[in-house]
Structure formats: structure tokens, C-alpha cells
Design a protein around this ligand. Structure first.
Ligand code: HAM
Length: 441
């Protein structure tokens, strides 16, 4: 058998491919990126790109040593002669904060809104909507602790899903407090679960040491049964005064703007850098365990990476999961659109001429040409399959007269266009009626 793509990856394919689904359609990815671009750039976010591989320390210090991502899911890349290796980025935030610090972006107006999209890599157990190479749209705001920035970020996330046409999305909002609040909560959890160590899964026994909060996020049924039985108090009970006031301010803005959300008192995000506001967006089509997207505040991250204090907040969507949700709601995305003009020669000697016409037409419109001489019937069939609106057939008569005879496939109207007027004709092709001679009219 020919070589297959690695497990947990997908090809993004052109329309017309067999067995195409929305989350493998290349144009669907572009549609999500374009929609996000429109929403985020209107809000003042600027696009940036960072490398897909980074220093291992960035990911370890940024994402956190106790997370599943760092402990089990990192892809390491080596090149010949190298010993340290690099990490394929599992998420975008740590790299963006590194880029902010390294490139002096602090000098730009603050708060600075940034966005990007691109592939992320996690060696996960593969299932629907859980891939090893997946794609995110990522939005980050650096330089402000204002709860207004949190509320705006959440609201922009809601704007993106609305712009995609999704309706069945729920915002689950929580707060994981300041570091001291978290320490108090972890001490409480350590004591609570410490009395039942033998019932915890092996993973959660380790979590009890490193980061007890992560037990609440466990995928083990036994752990979840124990959590329910013990009636664990939520993180929200442990918020200090400042984190509580911040959380209430975020909610007040969202409520004032009519952004619907549910408080999720037990929200636990899978990355260590979060503080205070944390949230996820969920959709039935993606399943209860998997979020459409998530985000939170990370005021300590820049310092964690060796920089000065730069407060930050942001979120990321999984593009594949957005597409799965859109598919579940019966939503579609526009196709790429065929060529406006299809040019075919009726005789071998004019094939080069047809190519020249199409290539000149490309200065103003999409145009394709037939690579060999064709009969008119075949030309129209091929043009239609490619989605062309206009077909120009070139034979000895057209070449001798220096004109193009162009048929509009939707109106059936045939026009004779002097070769030098092609650009004007194409520009007007969508606005009837044309001033050109219509032979069949
Ligand atoms: P995250 O919750 O780890 O957060 O990932 C964000 C989104 O990426 C998820 O909600 C999901 O849609 C998608 N995703 C994650 N893992 C996979 C996977 N294996 N397969 C498919 N989709 C996946 C972050 O990555 C943070 N950097 C978000 C953030 C930005 N926080 C602050 N700024």
C-alpha cells in the first residue's frame, strides 16, 4: 500500500474530492480564518505569525510541567547533530508572549491586540475532533489587567461563532483566582483527596502531588465518581476579594452587552498559566467533553518566561471543532468559485492563442483555458464542470477578425468582443446589459 498520512492528521482537500467533509474542506478552513479576520481586525487586532517549533523550555515553563500537554503530548523534533531538540508548539499563547518580549512589542500602543491562526501539535489519543495536528484561531491581548478587556475578549469569541452562523454555542465562565487563592484551594483538595488516595487513578495520584486541581478534570470514571461522592467545593468558593471583584466586573459587562453565559464554578483549564477569568465555549455537535474553544487571563506568563510583568488574556478556537459544529447545524461555507472565463481553441494551432487570452484576462478576472483543441460540446461540458460563467471558443474566424465570441452560460447570450476590449467586457460581465453586439439576441 502507498504511504499513508500519520495518525491524527488530516489533509485539507479541494472541493469535488471524494468523501469530503466540512472539516477536511480546504475552503472551509479559509472561510473560518477569513471570518475570524473580519471580526478581530475590526476590533483592532493585528495579525502575527510565530514559528511552529520553539525552545522546549518555552513550552515547559509556559504551558506548565504538571499539564498532560507537557508530560505526555509533546512532539520533539531533532535535526542531525542537534542534541536538545525543539518542541512542535502545542498551542499559540506561549510563543506569542515570547515574540512580544523578544521583539519589543511593548512599544506598540497598549493594550495590544494580536491574532493568528495555524497548526498546533499534541500527541493525543485520536478521536473525532481530537487530532495530533489541529488548527487554531488565536486571539491575545497584552498589557492590561482591566476586566473590560476580559469581557471584550469573550464577546469577540461569541461574535466569531455568530459570524459563522452557529447558534447552539454555550459560554461556560469561571475564575481560577489569583495564585494565593489557588494555593488555598489546592491545599483543600490535597487534604480532601489525600484521605482517599487508594481510590484515585494512577494519573490522579500524581496530580495530587503536582496540581490537585487537575484531578477535577480527570477523564477516569472512578475519579469522577469519587469527586461526586465527596461533594468537592468549587474553586469559586476560594476566590480572594480582588479576584472576586474582577470576576463580577467581567460578568457585569457581559450582562450589559447581552452576551449570554453560564457560570461554571468548577472550570479547570488544561494549561498552568491561567489566573482569574477562565472560560470555554461548548457545542452539542462536538460533545460535552470537548470544547469548541477556550481562554483565560494569564498575568504571570511573561514573568514565567523570564520577562517583565506583562498582564495578558486570550483565547483559541479549534478550527476543526468549529467546522464539526457547523456541520452539525447544517451550515455550509461558500465554495471557491470557478473561473469567470473559460477559453478553448477549436484547432490545435490556436491553443497557444487561447492560453494568451486567458492569461491576459487574469489581470482582471479568474480565467482558465483548455490545454488542447476541443470540440464545442466538450468545451462547454468542461467549462461547466469547472464552474465557469463565460466561455470563449477560438477558431479561425475569431482570429482573422481579431475578436472573441463569448457565451454567457447563465443567460445563453452570445457576444462578439473586440480582443482589445476584453478587460472592459469582463469588468461589465456581471452587470447587464452589455453594450456589445449580441449575435443571438
Ligand atoms: P486549549 O483549551 O488547550 O487552549 O485549546 C483551545 C482549543 O483548541 C480547544 O478548545 C479545542 O477547540 C482546540 N483543540 C485543543 N486540542 C485539540 C486537539 N487535540 N484536536 C483538535 N482540537 C483541539 C489553548 O490552546 C490556549 N492557548 C488558549 C488561550 C489563548 N488561552 C489564552 N490565550
Amino acid at each position: 500500500m502507498a504511504i499513508q498520512r500519520p495518525k491524527g492528521t488530516q489533509d485539507h482537500l479541494p472541493d469535488g474530492s471524494p468523501k469530503l467533509s466540512l472539516d477536511t474542506r480546504a475552503v472551509a478552513f479559509q472561510h473560518v480564518q477569513d471570518t475570524a479576520r473580519r471580526v478581530l481586525e475590526r476590533a483592532g487586532a493585528q495579525f502575527l505569525n510565530t514559528p511552529v517549533f520553539e525552545d522546549p523550555d518555552l513550552v515547559k515553563r509556559g504551558v506548565g510541567g504538571s499539564t498532560d500537554i507537557v508530560r505526555k503530548e509533546m512532539f520533539t523534533v531533532y535535526y542531525f547533530g542537534d542534541h536538545g531538540g525543539f518542541i512542535l508548539r502545542p498551542e499559540g499563547t506561549a510563543g506569542i508572549v515570547r515574540a512580544y518580549l523578544q521583539n519589543g512589542l511593548k512599544q506598540l500602543p497598549s493594550p495590544l491586540k494580536l491574532w493568528t491562526h495555524g497548526p498546533m501539535f499534541r500527541a493525543e489519543n485520536v478521536q473525532k475532533g481530537r487530532l495530533r495536528q489541529f488548527h487554531q484561531v488565536d486571539y491575545e491581548v497584552l498589557g492590561s489587567t482591566d476586566p473590560l478587556v476580559d469581557a471584550e475578549a469573550i464577546s469577540l469569541m461569541v461574535d466569531v461563532v455568530a459570524a459563522l452562523g452557529l447558534t447552539g454555542v454555550r459560554v461556560k465562565l469561571g475564575s481560577i483566582g489569583d495564585p494565593a487563592d489557588r494555593d488555598a484551594y489546592n491545599a483543600y483538595l490535597r487534604e480532601l483527596f489525600g484521605a482517599h488516595v487508594e481510590r484515585l487513578s494512577d494519573d490522579s495520584k500524581e496530580r495530587l502531588e503536582r496540581n490537585p486541581m487537575r484531578i477535577l478534570d480527570s477523564k477516569s470514571a472512578g475519579d469522577q465518581a469519587l469527586i461526586a461522592e465527596l461533594g468537592v467545593r468549587p474553586m469559586l468558593d476560594f476566590l480572594g476579594d480582588e479576584a472576586r471583584a474582577h470576576f463580577q466586573a467581567v460578568q457585569a459587562y457581559l450582562t450589559a452587552w447581552g452576551v449570554a453565559y453560564d457560570i461554571d464554578p468548577s472550570i479547570v483549564r488544561g494549561l498552568d498559566y491561567y489566573r482569574r477569568t477562565a472560560w470555554e465555549l461548548h457545542h452539542e455537535g462536538v460533545g460535552a467533553k470537548s470544547a469548541l474553544g477556550g481562554g483565560g487571563r494569564y498575568d504571570g506568563l511573561a514573568e514565567q518566561l523570564g520577562g517583565p510583568l506583562v498582564p495578558g488574556i486570550g483565547w483559541a478556537f479549534g478550527i476543526e471543532r468549529l467546522l464539526i459544529a457547523m456541520d452539525a447545524e447544517g451550515l455550509d461555507v461558500p465554495g471557491q468559485g470557478g473561473p469567470l472565463l473559460y477559453v478553448a481553441a477549436l484547432d490545435d494551432v490556436y491553443v497557444g492563442h487561447a492560453a494568451t487570452v486567458a492569461m491576459k484576462a487574469r489581470q482582471v478576472a479568474r480565467a482558465e483555458f483548455a490545454y488542447r483543441a476541443v470540440k464545442p460540446g466538450n468545451a462547454f461540458r468542461d467549462a461547466e464542470r469547472r464552474g465557469a460563467q463565460l466561455v470563449a471558443l477560438i477558431g479561425s474566424d475569431e482570429v482573422a477578425r481579431g475578436v472573441l465570441s463569448i457565451k454567457n452560460l447563465s443567460t445563453g447570450v452570445q457576444s462578439v468582443v473586440p480582443a482589445g476590449d476584453l478587460h472592459t467586457f469582463l469588468a461589465e460581465a456581471t452587470v447587464p446589459p452589455s453594450t456589445y453586439v449580441q449575435e443571438n439576441a
